[in-house]
Write a protein that binds this ligand. Structure first.
Ligand code: COA
Length: 152
């Protein structure tokens, strides 16, 4: 089943903020940060996945020059495991390539198996570890890179 995707718009921010808080707890972005991210277009590009009227996922990239970065990606727990994350990530990869980037980078907690699997299966490679990066629990950060010249 294909996942409908569209650009994130201002009226979506309340829903996105609530979903972000559900997924990331105290690490969720503030409303102010979300406004700043959306105001950062076109360098920042945010996409939402929908089921009917409902937003079930979101993701965004920063495109500046040869290297683009994944800013965030998340899927409503009720919609996880059904390919929404994969569809969003494939879209972000496409957008980064279309913007002229040669690589897409991201950072993920070493203990986030779901996200790591998603990225590795999409062609990302682990290129660096930042030891004890995430506080207060001292979890490593893995830096992953997708080569946009080879990743489909
Ligand atoms: C990571 C996340 C975005 C994945 O979204 P999703 O819609 O559940 O993922 P998909 O259903 O598209 O699955 C894509 C891949 O993720 C991996 N995955 C999904 N569910 C998984 C699970 N329960 N256990 C392990 N890997 C899993 C698999 O590799 C899967 O590919 P496959 O189906 O070909 O095996 C989602 O789990 C999420 O929002 N997590 C909380 C927020 C978060 O951690 N974001 C990333 C921060 S870096």
């Amino acid at each position: 089943m294909t996942t409908p995707l569209r650009e994130l718009e201002w009226p979506d921010l309340a829903d996105i903020g609530a979903l972000d808080e559900q997924l990331f707890g105290q690490d969720a972005w503030s409303a102010r940060s979300w406004w700043a991210e959306l105001a950062g277009r076109p360098r920042r590009r945010y996409t939402v996945a929908t089921q009917g009227e409902r937003i079930v996922g979101y993701g965004g990239i920063d495109c500046a020059g040869a290297t683009a970065d994944v800013m965030t990606i998340g899927v409503d727990p009720a919609a996880q495991g059904a390919g929404v994350g994969r569809a969003l990530l494939a879209h972000l990869l496409r957008q980064a390539r279309e913007a002229g980037a040669e690589a897409l980078l991201l950072e993920v907690r070493a203990d986030n198996d779901r996200a790591r699997n998603l990225y590795l299966r999409a062609g990302f490679e682990h290129i660096q570890t930042r030891r004890n990066y995430y506080r207060p629990d001292n979890v490593d950060a893995h830096i992953l890179r997708a080569d946009l010249k080879v990743t489909a």
